[in-house]
Ligand binder design. Structure first.
Ligand SMILES: CC(C)(COP(=O)(O)OP(=O)(O)OC[C@H]1O[C@@H](n2cnc3c(N)ncnc32)[C@H](O)[C@@H]1OP(=O)(O)O)[C@@H](O)C(=O)NCCC(=O)NCCS
Length: 157
């Protein structure tokens, strides 16, 4: 069921939405200069639309416009609380739809969904150099001083 606000709408991704989601997903992967295979894209979509999946996705756009953005999130157990936490994994708005509040609405929508699912916190990260996204993030959240470390692991054989 779409949630309409004055200037934007949001809706949970459903199986019929793959054709709207996939070009945005691919543009988002290009933005991050990452080569995501078709197999991974299929798997990601199946997690998004899977019943009882911890992965969710909101789609959104400017009112009276097409779907023009998405936010993917993961609800996971959280060792510092008896309640789960929500990680905002991916956020993207089509270039021609930017600056109209869609990104802000998507974050708000994920926040509402995290509250609905009993999460104790919503959090995310971005590149230090992503000035545009950080302007939005600085307006809706508080930056902390954690730094990310990564150990690449190969897939089990
Ligand atoms: C980051 C992104 C999702 C923002 O989406 P958006 O729909 O344009 O964001 P909004 O219109 O809701 O903007 C909200 C605020 O962000 C800031 N902002 C957004 N675009 C901006 C721009 N091009 N220049 C300066 N500030 C900008 C403004 O402060 C704006 O506040 P305002 O509404 O009070 O003016 C979009 O730019 C995007 O998809 N970028 C590429 C992918 C990306 O960086 N994703 C995030 C990865 S962590």
């Amino acid at each position: 069921m779409p949630i309409r606000q004055a200037t934007t709408f949001l809706q949970p991704a459903a199986p019929k939405d793959r054709a709207a989601w996939e070009p945005m997903w691919r543009a988002y992967c290009r933005f991050y200069e990452t080569d995501i295979s078709d197999e991974v894209t299929d798997h990601t979509w199946s997690m998004i639309v899977g019943a009882a999946s911890p992965v969710g996705c909101l789609l959104g756009g400017a009112v009276d416009g097409p779907i023009a953005g998405f936010a993917t999130f993961v609800i996971h157990p959280y060792t510092w609380s008896t309640s789960p936490a929500c990680y905002l994994e991916d956020l993207f708005v089509d270039p021609e739809a930017r600056g109209k509040g869609v990104g802000r609405a998507l974050i708000q929508g994920v926040r509402d969904e995290a509250v609905r699912r009993g999460c104790t916190r919503l959090y995310w990260m971005t590149r230090e150099s992503n000035v545009t996204a950080r302007k939005l993030y600085d307006a809706v959240a508080k930056k902390d001083d954690f730094v990310r470390y990564v150990v690449p692991l190969s897939s089990p054989g």
